[in-house]
Write a protein that binds this ligand. Sequence first.
Ligand SMILES: [Zn+2]
Length: 175
Amino acid sequence: MGKVNIGLRGWRFDEEEVFDEEGELRPLEFMEPDTRERIVRLASSMGEPCDACYLIHGDEDIQQCNVARVIYGEPIGEVLLCPDHEADFLYWFREEGGKEYAGDTELQDAFHDWFAEGGRAPEDYGGVDHVNTDPEDLPDVPDAAEELPTLEEEIEKLDDEELDALGVDFDDLDL
Ligand SMILES: [Zn+2]
């Protein structure tokens, strides 16, 4: 079974669980709750700034922040990163004890603290392959970013009650 990224690199989904034979996103209500939570979270993370950029520039200078392209961690404790700052995260995760937070929503705060205190990857730490916290390290299949309009449509179809049932508070999604 193939694993795919949707929209942002990092979180990977079982292709057959999220897409039907025509390559259309399956209705969210038929997905496993974990998958559905990640999809909803992912949709709300699209177009958001990189966490590391945001820690540097903040709201005053939001235009200086790069849009996140990568998502790591668990829903509600995820870390959003631009390609420039992905190396810092990977260095922290591999070399600075970040790995102990794998699978834990604490990962977000722990990385933010480290970065805010000046934690950075060494200059030459670029060019590394991105880490998969997923134990099944299968090769990526082509990006499915073009499926996102469908994803947004699916989320719009859900009514507020269903979103409440997912435990997603859309007023609380901003960084
Ligand atoms: Zn950044």
